[in-house]
Design a protein around this ligand. Structure first.
Ligand SMILES: [Zn+2]
Length: 383
């Protein structure tokens, strides 16, 4: 027996932001970032739709990339003063993740961050408010997941807070909101979504529902990502990528991820390589490594008209090249001495990453170090 966790109401399609006109309630707080939704008019549109719904709203703006515990606590204070019955996360995943955690501390002001960060420990939410997620990037799928990534700057640690309580009540997946996303962000976030689909499909949790969405999401990404990087205002391609990102989120919140994410988390934490870029660097070699023990990649290769896991890995390398994403850690500018000094440390951390336990092949620390080294050099792994 398995249970599937889903966002209860998912509106998708160009113009679906207008669904805000129909929500029922009294007060909404919109949590957003530092400027793009203000500049491109998306925030004003959202506020006018809420007004049409008879909802009084306020805005908590200025959530930074990799949002901090401080920002979350500051937001929770504003929630307390305003007493909303709707929380609306509008923007990239940072805004939505920060809004999720502000919501937690609004509902439970006595809870500490350390307590909330213990996996699956957040008590039942929705006593004071419900949650709407409106993503403006197509990558993490946070609108479908029970996950929020928050950074403790004092300790220099990124916490993935995991609880199905954090799964939004409503997701609005409107590709029109993504058309001003910069090229490199489109490329990186799109490759992150691709990695979610592939890792969820091959993870050691088999789930027919998640697998179908993972495979379908992957096909949408192969069919649309290159086009949307070249033609950012192609709304059909934008919507397809936005749908694929949500499908990947659905798949991995139920089937989890694998060592591409374990490695990428370290490359992000240590060298600040953007998350999707780090995934794209490691994914082909992870496929080569894992395909020694699973034939699941052959099913994905078949869906792309290919025959082998190696051909499938090469298809990802071609896509990565075509959309202008680097192929190695050294190409990011990490010097050799620094790399060698930290290699054992990041391999140790990658082994301990929760995603490693869901990978189809259980690696040793030495094997993870070999994978890291091949990805540093831009070489093919042979183990
Ligand atoms: Zn990811």
């Amino acid at each position: 027996m398995s249970k599937l966790y889903v966002t209860a109401e998912t509106y998708h399609g160009i113009g679906s932001l207008e669904e805000l006109k129909k929500i029922k309630g009294k007060k909404a707080i919109v949590v957003c970032g530092k400027g793009s939704v203000q500049r491109n008019g998306v925030l004003d549109r959202a506020l006018s739709y809420l007004k049409e719904a008879g909802i009084e709203s306020t805005v908590f703006a200025g959530v930074e990339d990799d949002p901090s515990v401080d920002t979350v606590m500051k937001g929770a204070e504003e929630f307390k003063a305003f007493q909303p019955d709707w929380v609306i996360g509008l923007g990239g995943c940072s805004c939505i993740d920060a809004a999720k955690m502000m919501w937690v501390f609004y509902e439970y002001p006595e809870l500490t961050f350390a307590e909330a960060a213990v996996p699956f420990s957040i008590p039942a939410l929705r006593d004071k408010a419900r949650f709407v997620a409106i993503p403006t990037t197509s990558g993490t799928g946070t609108e479908m997941t029970g996950l929020a990534v928050i950074t403790d700057r004092e300790k220099g640690v990124k916490y993935p807070v995991v609880s199905y309580e954090l799964t939004p009540d409503i997701a609005i997946i409107d590709g029109d909101l993504c058309k001003t996303m910069p090229k490199s962000v489109t490329a990186h976030t799109g490759l992150d979504a691709l990695t979610h689909c592939i890792e969820a499909y091959v993870s050691n949790i088999d789930d027919n529902y998640a697998d179908a969405l993972a495979k379908g999401g992957m096909e949408l990404i192969f069919d649309n990502l290159e086009n949307v990087v070249m033609n950012p205002t192609d709304l059909v391609a934008r919507q397809n990528m936005h749908d694929a990102s949500a499908m990947g989120g659905f798949a991995f919140t139920n089937s989890w991820l694998g060592i591409a994410h374990s490695l990428a988390h370290q490359l992000g934490g240590m060298y600040h390589i953007p998350h999707g870029c780090a995934n794209a660097i490691v994914l082909p070699n992870v496929i080569r490594f894992n395909s020694k023990v699973t034939n699941r990649y052959n099913k994905l290769a078949e869906a792309c008209g290919l025959n082998t896991a190696e051909e499938f890995a090469q298809k990802i390398e071609s896509l990565r090249f075509n959309i202008g994403v680097i192929d190695s850690v050294s190409a990011f500018g990490v010097d050799k001495a620094t790399w060698e000094k930290n290699l054992d440390y990041i391999a140790t951390n990658a082994l301990a990453d929760p995603c490693t336990g869901f990978n189809p092949r259980q690696p040793s620390k030495e094997e993870l170090a070999q994978l890291f080294q091949a990805c540093y050099d831009g070489a093919k792994i042979a183990i």
